[in-house]
Design a protein around this ligand. Structure first.
Ligand code: PLP
Length: 399
């Protein structure tokens, strides 16, 4: 039997492959320090979980409006206004099964066959897969460590063709932890308006933003024109440790929201009714839990960045948000005789029990992503092992 050509162009996630190997070793009794994790290691805060339980007990277990309950969409509007200065109406919000489905809906709604989408590289690996499934063509715009892995407006402009339809901005970023400044976003907004591009602004790591001099800014807040052309994507997964609940949302102009809603109504009906009640409690309830998680992630960021920036053979850029350190391991690969970052990662896992993600599938061969979603003590142990591993391999490949 043959299957679709489209499906053949979609690669499985290397993140999942590495965590699967780490889990297999764990099952064999090996102690594994897992730096591949893409979700907060905290439990969902109690008051949010209780709201889910209450929803079940109260029978809120039926279909809801496909775009999400009016109450939740109203709460999201209040959040977007208070946190981001964005004035949306409830009919401009579509709640989905995670930010992932929101992104998928947007690309499906916006792209025609062959339409190009600019994606700054390195990138979260689901963007190109989603664009391809929607019939579009991902066009990567290479960024550099010395620019904090951020795409400048001129670089994006240079990649434009008559088929360019959209640009993806992810701030704070997975996998680099970079945060775009207001000035950088203003120039991208100008470009988007000038060339009539849809801006897909993935802000899922918004609340995990560590430095007062690099605050999170939504590109949609930078003028009425870019506001109309932006689809803001956010959700509760990372901010409230709710990855398994699967609630995300898109905020955009009413016409696009209507199309997204229509698509979603046919493929998913509505996001889970119980999880919507929990998300309502998360967004409209006390925010101290978010502050506590952010403070803990900041502590870990300071520690892991401090350790890794002192190691020879690797170089790191200070992450300003999210929970990842992006490390250039090309020097240690050359010195240690590792063919590439994947070989480095495999040996680090097999020999030291430290699992990390090689970044070739994020568009950056030679780099490795370390998540710091594990305890400070585990991070300390992992850094000790990494240092030992590097020390042992530093001169190996050098003749
Ligand atoms: N966007 C980015 C950049 C992510 O890293 C992730 C998850 O890893 C998502 C979106 C998806 O979030 P959700 O779990 O809400 O679907």
């Amino acid at each position: 039997m043959t299957y679709s050509q489209k499906s053949g162009s979609i690669k499985p996630s290397s993140t999942l492959a590495l965590s699967a190997r780490a889990n297999a070793l764990k099952a064999q009794g090996r102690a594994i320090l897992n730096f591949t994790v893409g979700e907060p290691d905290f439990d969902t805060p109690r008051h949010i979980a209780e709201a889910g339980i209450k929803a079940i007990n109260e029978g809120k277990t039926r279909y809801t409006t496909s775009s999400g309950t009016p109450k939740l969409r109203e709460a999201i509007c209040r959040k977007l206004l208070n946190d981001n200065g964005l004035a949306y109406r409830p009919e401009e919000i579509v709640v989905s099964n995670g930010a992932k489905q929101s992104l998928f809906n947007i690309f499906t709604a916006a792209l025609n066959e062959g339409d190009e989408v600019l994606i700054p590289s390195p990138y979260w690996l689901s963007y190109p897969a989603m664009v391809k499934i929607a019939g579009g063509r991902p066009v990567f715009v290479q960024t550099r460590a010395d620019n904090g892995f951020k795409a400048a407006a001129e670089q994006l402009e240079a990649a434009l063709t008559p088929r360019t339809r959209a640009v993806v901005i992810n701030t704070p970023s997975n996998p680099t932890g970079s945060v775009y400044s207001k000035q950088e976003l203003e120039r991208i907004a100008e470009l988007a308006v000038k060339h009539d591009l849809l801006v897909v602004s993935d802000e899922i790591y918004e609340k995990l933003n560590f430095d007062a001099d690099a605050p999170h800014i939504s590109i949609a807040s930078l003028g009425s024109e870019v506001f109309k052309q932006t689809a803001v994507v956010n959700g509760v997964s990372k901010s409230y440790a709710m990855t398994g609940w699967r609630i995300g949302y898109a905020a955009c102009n009413a016409e696009l929201a209507g199309i997204i809603d229509n698509i979603q109504s046919h493929c998913a009906s509505n996001p889970n009714s119980i999880a919507q009640e929990a998300a309502l409690a998360a967004i409209s309830g006390p925010q101290a839990c978010v502050d506590a998680m952010r403070a803990e992630f900041r502590r870990r960021r300071d520690y892991i960045y401090g350790r890794m920036s002192g190691m020879k053979g690797i170089s790191v850029t200070r992450p300003r948000g999210a929970f990842y350190v992006f490390a250039d391991v090309s020097e240690i690969c050359a010195r240690g005789g590792f063919e590439d970052a994947a070989a480095f990662s495999e040996r680090l896992l097999e020999e030291c029990g430290v699992a990390v993600v090689p970044a070739a599938d994020f568009g950056m061969p030679g780099f490795v992503r370390f998540s710091f979603s594990l305890s400070l003590e585990e991070i300390r142990q992992g850094m000790d092992l990494l240092e030992y591993f590097i020390e042992n391999n530093f001169q190996r490949g050098v003749q």
